[in-house]
Design a protein around this ligand. Sequence first.
Ligand SMILES: [Zn+2]
Length: 244
Amino acid sequence: MRYYQLQEPHYAAPRIWSGTYRVERRWGLPGIECPECHQTWSDFRSYPAVDVSHLTGRKELEDGWPRPYAEYVRLAERVRPFCPPDVVLTPGSMFGPLHGTARGRFGPLTLVSIWGVLVREDLLQTLQAEGIRGIVPVRPEFKKAPSPALWELHLLSGGRLYPDGRFPPPPALPCSVCGWQDLSAYFSSRVELSSLPADLDVFHLVDAPLRILATERFVEIAQSCGASDVVFKEVETEPPSHHA
Ligand SMILES: [Zn+2]
């Protein structure tokens, strides 16, 4: 099975579609200041299907500025009961549908900067009809909904980067308190083959959630619905996978 990373085209490359958007998410866990490793970080993991709109004190989730680690832990514990068990919570995780505006015409697949993936309704229906795994559609809250409709995909975390070893010393272990890890040793973007999820066709990497990966089947179906302003870059795995 081949895997592809979904990427936005080079900023100067011509676009096929006129669609533009301005969106954000209402709620999220704060970034942290770690008492152990002294890093200040957020990883901007998006979980649109996690609904915290009824959580008491959700106002505290409206400001993503870094806070002391204990504060982050307290808020993460309050969000946890609202999450499916396979949701990985990290500092900066964000919840609920996108809201904002979308204008113009959109292709079958659209990458929404740091936020995730939008699929056009015809592609969503085709993915579902073909039994593509890991498809959890969430309707964004657009002031004026585009036509055809766009849906966001709620992505689960799966797969890990492979340490390249090109930059000795070998990669430091994650921080024992907050889990922060120096990924500068992961220069090559290779992914550990054994870490790839067997039950998902589209997901974000556990340790690099802004990298969205999809299987060959997902990509073929997306392309069968027409061209998108998305670059599909084949992912190198370690060890290399053998294509039959
Ligand atoms: Zn730490």
